[in-house]
Design a protein around this ligand. Sequence first.
Ligand SMILES: Cc1cc2nc3c(=O)[nH]c(=O)nc-3n(C[C@H](O)[C@H](O)[C@H](O)COP(=O)(O)O)c2cc1C
Ligand code: SF4
Length: 424
Amino acid sequence: MAKFVLLRHRETPDIHKLSVYGEYTALKKAVTSMTTDQVINEVKASGLRGRGGAGFPTGVKWSFVPKERYPHYVTVNADESEPGTFKDRELMEFNPHQVIEGAAIAAFAVGATRVYHYLRGEFKPVARKMQAAIDEAYAAGYLGQNVFGTTVEIQMFLHLGAGAYICGEESALLESLEGKMGQPRLRPPFPAVVGLYGQPTVINNTETMANVPYIINNGAAAYKQLGTEKSPGPKIYCLSGHVKRPGNYEAELGKITFRDLIYGEEFGQGMMTEGRKVKAILPSGASGPIVTDTVLDVPLDYESVAAAGTILGSASMIIMDDSIDMVWAAGKVMHFFRHESCGKCTPCREGTFWMEKQYHRILGGKATLADVTLLQDVANQIIGKCLCPLGEFATSPVLSSFKHFQAEYEARATDAKKPATARK
Ligand SMILES: Cc1cc2nc3c(=O)[nH]c(=O)nc-3n(C[C@H](O)[C@H](O)[C@H](O)COP(=O)(O)O)c2cc1C
Ligand code: SF4
């Protein structure tokens, strides 16, 4: 078997060109020999879970789209704003046809004639490469009217956002795509029923879409051979921070551990600085609970990582060595969330402001132990009271860093002379 299902450009140079990628065989099979329900059932049977963060079963999501109200839409979430996440970018730049083919199959499956890829504003150069690939697909008759000579129509567009983290949240993405301010919607109703322009809409992450051609070409059973029973398939892990070889690495879900990813010869190759050890891991960028080196032997799949007290999310692993001041690091993450809070609901808007303010006091040597307690109190007040998950994400760095590194907070509060620097 080929080494890569997703990062195929690493084995096949120039696969971004249609002449190298070849005919869209999976799309052809879907539109010429399968019903829409058969496609949905195949994706359901494959067990593919969304790669945008929540790991929701993709085929199940597609099956929620009601059949009586049209038009339907497909949107591909390429906002990729999570700190430390850079996998969708690589797919779109170097293996764009696989993303386009997957999205086209999704459109056929749910009866949508319009597909929108929502790219973060900073992805202009990526958008140019995607557009070149979309143009090739139109010219070959794989997109447009009468796809592969059938009555199926699939039109595909790119949309660039303006660079806001919240626009990766699916309902804020839809608002932004409609030309409004990117702020989350109250749910239910969910986008599958009331989505873009009020119509049934499927939203999937770019990497999720890139899995679909393999499933249709090879069948659900072959896909399920990869990964674990509950977390099947390949996954791209984004590795960054204090490792020798940061980058994107593809592996089957659950077949490698944190240790393999950080120290493995074909992965991170160990810590950047000789003699340094893993102090903290942010396994899902900024949004998941921070963990320590106690998780090193945990397999990287949704269930195992959750059992270890954090989330796999988009698998953006930021590694910090033992030179890092964790109060400083958590304060940086808090700054990010305060800046990215969209301001629509009070607990998140005010809570992130006050939490960042407390970090400034603590890092500036002006805090007492009561300030540290207050920081925890504010975080606990936010949980369960926000309109979207961003508010809760913002409490993660506070509560998880306090859980593991309480002594560092207390030292900050009792030793005013301690410098507010990143590295010791
Ligand atoms: C604050 C926030 C930011 C998000 N950012 C992204 C993102 O950049 N890309 C993404 O695919 N999903 C992101 N998501 C998750 C999406 O809301 C949604 O669950 C996902 O696009 C669904 O696709 P999937 O089922 O293929 O994972 C974000 C969620 C939240 C709450
Ligand atoms: S939780 Fe934060 S980001 Fe989400 S809607 Fe409320 S203010 Fe906006």
